[in-house]
Write a new protein. Sequence first.
Length: 376
Amino acid sequence: MHRFVRVMIFAVSTFCVAGPAVFAQATPADDAASLYLQAGKRVSDNYTKNIMCPSASNLEYTSYPPFPEAWNKMEAENFPANQPARDLAHQARATDKAVWPEIQLPNPDLKYLNLCRALSNELADAALYEHLQGDDAAAIETIRDQFHLSDMLEHADKQYLVMLLVGVGIRSQALDRLNVIAAGMQITKDPQNHKAVQTEVIRGLIAQLLKHPSAREQLDRALKTEPGLPDPITAKGIENCIRTLNRCHVECDMTAVALAVHLYRFDHGDWPTSLKDLREYLPSVPVDLYGDGKKTLGYVLIKHGLPDGSDRPLVYSRGEAATDLFYRTDEPFYSYYSGDGSKLPYSKQKHGGQLRDITAWVPAAAHQATTQSLPH
């Protein structure tokens, strides 16, 4: 799993303290938070039986298939055991009302956020497993369930900064899995095909991904209702929060572009040659929020860029200070990465924007980190 996704999803572990959580009173069927916490507790309780998804374990593996046999074995045992938890999460998607536990100062109990993280890990790996079993329609529905969990945390009526950041971490994890799944996704217009993803579902996902508030608006809203921080948030802290939020928004936008590329290929049989080809699938090309805020995201088709000689489509962000964009040629990337993968000191490595693979491919069994400049 790439470091950014792992760090974001576990960002609040140091905030959680012992003690009983104070749960708001609400009818479970009408309250997404209640359903999510029930689901998270089911997942967490299974940890005591040594039943867990790979993301909740110490297993080391790449973030893209094929996964090691240990991953497949672990998820095959976990998947049926946590079906009831995933059913609750799917039920929660039917409502936009979420009454989360109150934060009690000076000793806030944030264990409920750990339950959300446990549930997010479960949904993320379940979606991958469904994809690997050939049921892409189910995989996308599971990702949509994960997005709704993120929505309920990021846009809660009573917002807290830590809740916002956990929601962003969950969204980042869902985007990582969506990019991996989309790279090898079956697409269809046949209503009788229940395993492939309908084109209209993909169009709906694109619209959903492109609809997000500004990072400043999100942060201001969280700070406005924040009950109090141990230490005043500094200007540097605000800058870092905005950078984190923008990074997630860029991931949303790059994923939307990638999905539009897949729709184009489904309709035309080939990869688009430029963003101009996507006018039918994107209302407009998103601005690169992780760059200077003026340029748009980019797209390039590397001719014969894959090990088997086929073309390699990439969507990219130039980043904050990138002048020479480069792409890794040794393995695919579907989520945030840093550096060039070399063994050089981090300060001497290349840092040239963010590129996302759109198609699935597998590197050679033995490979070393190599890079190449992006064509202008």
